[in-house]
Design a binder for this molecule. Structure first.
Ligand SMILES: Cc1ncc(COP(=O)(O)O)c(C=O)c1O
Length: 425
């Protein structure tokens, strides 16, 4: 039986390329990046971000607009790049709001979600005329009502629904589980009535977010179809058509051997039925549909590059101690919500041509066994000064990591665009 193709080799071929022994990022050698900017560093290929955006925009054409979920990577230059492609923005904090504004986003093109928005956050975004605020609790309805009153503004809001059907492990599951996000679908009517009673809040939209890291196009389409149904019911309760239906993010990328990439052609093939379903509902016909992916747009573009400090063997097990670690890349260490810890794709970025591989654990400089970036990597025999790159690292990287833990420096962030690398963080 033929061996399963290696995920890592597939990613290198489709996203990066190599020049002899060197991994290329946007055409630039990893070794050159390491020399110029020092390690550890994150490098992002702008071309891959554009490619992901354009591919998805094409698949969703005529159905949905893309709002970039900044939490995946809030670097202002990355946000700027996606704005230039035509994306709107989804934020979940004032810090993200300011990053979006700094990148040039129009407040009207920003959606604000998150279960615990604070009053000063609401005040600032209301003052600026934010596009839509997604309400997630009764307290938030009251707080925003007061903020809108004080600012003498009417504020467009969406109700965030925690749906009864959700995606789990790539399959739809009925009977949604308890969640602190939004309102349970079962309680939506009462919440609609409560918001409608406010003269300051204009209920214009419905927002659903039912899962992350979904790799199955059919599951996504089913989830979105359910989202349209929920939105239609809410509009009926409201008694008027909606302006926006936000179907959430959650589009996945392959991280582990055996993961298949999301099939964009299959997603595109499901779109006409979604357009038809929306068009058939007079309460939704004129609504703008939004999807708000984060990971899918930026995840494949990034590598996390570190240098080997020591190569050692302990009781028969090989360890590569590198200068980067979980404090910069918590997700790769498996400590960001991963139940079974599995390795991200990892390569020796300056030894790409070496065919002979050995098992090795890649560990960081922190004094804790949690600081393991790869447990069962298959790498050439590396020594001090060699480079190790973790792929699929453009989303939920440094901003999702405990950078203060053990007080090391932050990693450099570098954007490679048109063959030119520049520091962006
Ligand atoms: C409200 C909301 N929108 C969008 C996202 C982005 O998710 P993903 O990066 O999986 O697309 C998240 C992730 O947690 C979220 O909570």
């Amino acid at each position: 039986m033929a061996a399963e193709p290696s995920l890592t080799d597939g990613i290198i071929a489709a996203q990066f390329g190599r020049d002899g022994d060197d991994l290329l990022i946007g055409g630039v050698r990893a070794g050159d990046l390491a020399r110029e900017f020092g390690t550890p560093l994150y490098a992002y290929d702008a071309g891959l971000i554009r490619r992901a955006y354009r591919g998805l925009a094409d698949a969703l054409s005529g159905f949905a607009r893309i709002h970039y979920s900044i939490k995946a990577n809030p670097n202002v230059e990355i946000v700027r790049l996606l704005l230039a492609e035509g994306a709107g923005v989804e934020i979940a904090s004032l810090g993200e709001y300011r990053a979006a504004r700094q990148a040039g986003a129009d407040p009207g093109d920003i959606l604000f979600a998150g279960p615990g928005k604070r009053r000063h956050e609401l005040e600032e975004v209301v003052r600026d005329g934010i596009g839509e605020i997604h309400l997630e609790s009764l307290e938030e309805i009251a707080a925003l009502d007061a903020v809108a009153g004080a600012a003498a503004r009417r504020v467009a809001v969406a109700i965030r629904i925690n749906p009864v059907a959700e995606v789990q492990g790539g399959a739809m599951r009925m009977g949604g589980k308890p969640a602190p996000f939004g309102f349970d679908e079962e309680e939506a009517d009462a919440v609609v009535d409560r918001i409608s009673a406010s003269a300051r809040l204009d209920l214009t939209g419905v927002h659903l977010f039912a899962g992350t890291q979904i790799l199955d196009a059919e599951v996504l389409a089913t989830q979105w179809r359910h989202g349209l149904d929920v939105a239609g019911r809410i509009a009926r309760r409201l008694g008027r058509p909606l302006h926006t239906v936000d179907l959430g993010g959650g589009l996945g990328i392959p991280y582990f051997q055996g993961d298949g990439a999301l099939d964009l052609a299959a997603l595109k093939a499901a779109v006409p039925a979604l357009i038809a379903a929306k068009g058939a509902d007079p309460f939704l016909r004129d609504a703008a549909v939004v999807v708000e992916p984060g990971r899918y747009l930026v995840g494949p573009s990034g590598i996390y590059l570190s240098s080997v400090i020591a190569a050692k063997v302990s009781r028969g097990q090989r360890f590569l101690v590198v200068d980067g670690g979980m404090h910069h890349h918590l997700a790769a260490s498996g400590n960001l919500g991963m139940i079974v810890k599995r390795d991200y794709p990892v390569v020796a970025a300056n030894r790409m041509d070496v065919a002979e591989r050995q098992p090795a654990s890649v560990v960081g400089p922190l004094c804790t066994p949690l600081d393991t970036l790869a447990r069962k990597a298959s790498l050439p025999l590396l020594s001090a000064g060699d480079l190790v790159a973790i792929l699929q690292s453009g989303a939920y990287g440094v901003s999702a990591s405990p950078v203060g833990f053990l007080s090391h420096d932050r990693p450099a962030e570098v954007l490679v665009d048109g063959g030119i690398a520049r520091r962006i963080g």
